[in-house]
Ligand binder design. Structure first.
Ligand code: AMP
Length: 277
C-alpha cells in the first residue's frame, strides 16, 4: 500500500493502477462502517484508493473541526489490512492553497435537514468531493447510507455535472445495540452512549408503524419525537419523513421514503436514518 500526501504524487501513482479503480473518501478515525465501504470497493474493482482528509470547509465555525478525532497511524494499518492500494492523505494547504477560490454547490437538495442546521456544510462537501473525484478519477466511489443526505447530494452533483463515475451506496453498519457506527461516537460518555440507542429505537418505531400500515408521515414524525423526548439526555433537532431523492417532506409516506433524525446526546450531535420501502 502506497501513502501519498501530494496531488502530484497521487496522480502519478493513480495512472499506474489497473482499472477499474474504486474510491473511498473518508475523514479518518476509521471504524467498521468505513471498512465495509473499502471491502465493497475491493470486491468490485481491480484497484482501491482511499482518502483521509478532515475537510475544514464542511465544518461550521462553531463545529468540531479542531477536535475531530484523528489517528492516521491506526487508520493506515486498517486500510493496509483490507488490501487498499493507494491512500491519499493531503494537508489542508495541499487541498486549499491560499489562492483557492472556486466552489461546487448543489441546489435544493442541500437546503433542508443537515443543510438547514449546518449552513455551508454541503458546499464544503461537494467542493471537496468534486476535487477528490478530479484528482483520483475513480470508476466507482463508495458512500455510506449512514449519511443519507450527503449521498443524495453527491448523486445529484454527479448527475447534474455529468461526472464520469458511478456512486455506490453502502448500507449502514451498526453496533450490536443498533447505534450507527460513527467517528463521533467517541465523544459520548458511558451514560450518553447508552442513551444514544434512542435514535435507533425511534427509527425502528418508524419502520414498525410503516409495516403496520401507517401512511401518515406526521404520525410517524410525532411518535418518533415523543419517544426521543422521553430520553432526558436527548435533544431532538429534526425528525423527518421525506422523499428519498428530493428530500421533500411528505404528507403521505410513499416508498422509498427517507426517515432521518438529528439528535444531540449531551453535546454530541448524532444523525441516523432508515429507508421505508
Ligand atoms: P466520514 O469519515 O464520517 O466522512 O465517513 C466516510 C464515509 O463512510 C461516508 O461515505 C460515510 O457515509 C461512511 N460511513 C460512516 N459511518 C458509516 C456506517 N456506520 N455505516 C456505513 N457507512 C458509514
Amino acid at each position: 500500500m502506497k501513502v501519498v500526501e501530494t496531488i502530484a504524487d497521487l496522480k502519478r501513482l493513480r495512472h499506474k493502477l489497473p482499472e477499474p479503480v474504486g474510491f473511498v473518501p473518508t475523514m479518518g478515525y476509521l471504524h467498521e462502517g468505513h471498512l465495509v465501504l473499502v471491502r465493497r470497493a475491493r470486491a468490485e474493482n481491480s484497484s482501491v484508493v482511499a482518502s483521509i482528509f478532515v475537510n475544514p470547509t464542511q465544518f461550521g465555525p462553531q463545529e468540531d473541526f479542531d477536535k475531530y478525532p484523528r489517528n492516521p497511524k491506526r487508520d493506515l494499518a486498517m486500510l493496509e489490512k483490507e488490501g487498499v492500494d493507494l491512500v491519499f492523505m493531503p494537508s489542508v494547504a495541499e487541498m486549499y492553497p491560499p489562492q483557492f477560490d472556486s466552489w461546487v454547490e448543489a441546489g435544493k437538495v442541500t437546503e433542508r435537514l443537515e443543510g438547514a442546521t449546518r449552513p455551508g456544510h454541503f458546499r464544503g462537501v461537494t467542493t471537496v468531493v468534486a476535487k477528490l473525484f478530479n484528482i483520483v478519477q475513480p470508476d466507482k466511489a463508495y458512500f455510506g447510507q449512514k449519511d443519507a443526505q450527503q449521498l443524495a447530494v453527491i448523486k445529484k452533483m454527479v448527475a447534474d455535472l455529468n461526472m464520469n463515475l458511478e456512486v455506490v451506496a453502502v448500507p449502514t453498519v451498526r453496533e450490536p445495540d443498533g447505534l450507527a457506527m460513527s467517528s463521533r461516537n467517541i465523544y459520548l460518555n458511558p451514560e450518553e452512549r447508552k442513551a444514544a440507542v434512542v435514535l435507533y429505537q425511534a427509527l425502528s418505531l418508524a419502520q414498525k408503524l410503516w409495516s403496520q400500515g401507517v401512511k401518515d408521515a406526521q404520525t410517524i414524525r410525532q411518535q418518533m419525537t415523543d419517544l426521543i423526548q422521553k430520553q432526558p439526555l436527548a435533544n431532538i433537532e429534526y425528525a423527518s419523513v421525506a422523499d428519498a431523492e428530493t428530500l421533500d417532506e411528505l404528507d403521505k409516506v410513499q416508498p422509498p421514503a427517507l426517515v432521518s433524525l438529528a439528535v444531540r446526546i449531551g453535546k454530541t450531535r448524532l444523525i441516523d436514518n432508515v429507508v421505508l420501502g
